[in-house]
Design a protein around this ligand. Structure first.
Ligand code: PLP
Length: 389
């Protein structure tokens, strides 16, 4: 008898199973779904509002044409050229040379993180984050059959190391997942926090990895450091990035990470064969050649973000300081009603974060003007209604 046949099914003979035969923990679960609505002003999923220029479109199209001529063959499993390009790009931000062996990529950083949990999580293991945090993390954990625990951030959304010590000692996680800047609050993590978490996990009885999700890193304010700078000091640190946000390439689906070569190597065990298509590799490599241009609007978006924060404060709202391309603001007695009234005026934002708060992505100057006009209108309407109650 081999080991496989000794595993007992949780389904007993004669037991009624629902149809379709979903895993128990998926029963009643809804698919991920920020609304994809056709509205004049879409500011709900933190995209870059600027499409690629004609020159970039032409270069990407040329690269796709070349790749198309090879589509009878499987793509380069190790995406060597793309890895080299990503390593060169990361080296600029890290301030030291990042080697291609320290880089991994997949179809969006969503897939990168699922692979991390498949490799380092799994049944009998736990992943941890600190709320408010990115809403997809518990879903990755569930899909990788990994236990999920959330600690809390402080009231002002800053990171509470005492809480982290408590949660880590109690649950001994094999993965700690933290966005920096945080989604939905925009808060970046200080280096001291990241270093302490890495040390804490490394010295615990059951060592794990610390994943700093830097999906929004390029938008951070001057003086805010990247976790990339800490990689040489911590063997258990993984820093994920994406081309979906600052790079203005959400449609291409390319996420990546930097970590010690043995951690990248471990992810090769769980990735699906040829997981990055030849087309994806060609598009991402072409985009990297135009990094300066694609990232050229980041400064403008940062300025627009800071102006939005100031404007919201001047309107008397609470606003979380942001290092990202979105702003969390509130608090509203009925945030769903405010969201709906903005949508009625053609402006789509996001209901997320703690009760009472809403999140707006930073768009073009014209889109932000439309957002501000609509919000002012909605707030006037709401206060008039409250006055006549
Ligand atoms: C914190 C964070 N991480 C990761 C992602 C996923 O990005 P992608 O899969 O497009 O790379 C997002 C997307 O909104 C995000 O907000």
């Amino acid at each position: 008898m081999n080991a496989q046949s000794e595993v007992r099914s949780e389904i007993q003979p004669g037991q009624q199973v629902t149809w379709p035969p979903l895993r128990t923990e998926l029963l009643g679960a809804e698919p991920y779904g920020a609304p994809q609505l056709d509205v004049p002003v879409a500011l709900n999923v933190n995209e870059n509002p600027y499409p690629p220029s004609r020159a970039v479109v032409d270069d990407i199209a040329g690269a796709v044409t070349l790749a198309a001529a090879t589509l009878n063959r499987y793509p380069d499993r190790e995406f060597t050229q793309l890895r080299t390009g990503l390593a060169a790009y990361l080296s600029q931000d890290a301030g030291y040379p990042v080697a291609p062996e320290q880089v991994w990529a997949a179809n969006g950083s969503n897939e990168v993180m699922l692979q991390i949990l498949q490799a380092f999580g799994g049944p009998g293991r736990t992943a941890v984050s600190f709320a408010p945090t990115y809403s997809m993390y518990p879903e990755y954990a569930r899909d990788a059959m990994t236990g999920w625990v959330t600690g809390r951030r402080r009231e002002d959304f800053s990171f509470d190391l005492d809480e982290a010590h408590r949660i880590i000692e109690e649950h001994r996680p094999s993965v700690v997942l933290l966005p920096s800047p945080n989604n939905p609050t925009g808060t970046a993590l200080p280096h001291e926090v990241i270093s302490e978490l890495c040390t804490l996990l490394d010295r615990s009885g059951a060592p794990g990895v610390v994943v700093i999700d830097e999906a929004y890193a390029e938008f951070r304010r001057a003086g805010t450091a990247s976790a990339l700078e800490l990689l040489p000091e911590h063997r258990n640190l993984m820093v994920t990035r994406t081309m979906s946000k600052a790079f203005a390439l959400a449609g291409a689906r390319l996420g990546y990470l930097a970590a010690a070569p043995e951690l990248c190597d471990a992810l090769r065990v769980v990735r699906l064969p040829y997981h990055l298509s030849a087309i994806t590799q060609a598009v991402a490599s072409a985009a990297l050649r135009h990094a300066d241009e694609l990232l050229g609007r980041v400064e403008e978006l940062r300025t627009e973000r800071d102006a939005t924060v100031e404007w919201l404060r001047a309107e008397g709202l609470e606003v979380a300081p942001s290092d990202a391309n979105f702003v969390l603001f509130g608090r509203f007695e009925d945030r769903q009603a405010v969201w709906q009234r903005l949508l009625d005026r053609g402006v789509l934002i996001r209901v997320t974060g703690p009760e009472g708060w809403l999140r707006v992505s930073i768009g073009t100057a014209a889109e932000m003007t439309a957002f501000k006009d609509a919000l002012r209108d909605v707030m006037t309407e709401v206060s008039r209604e409250v006055a006549t109650r």
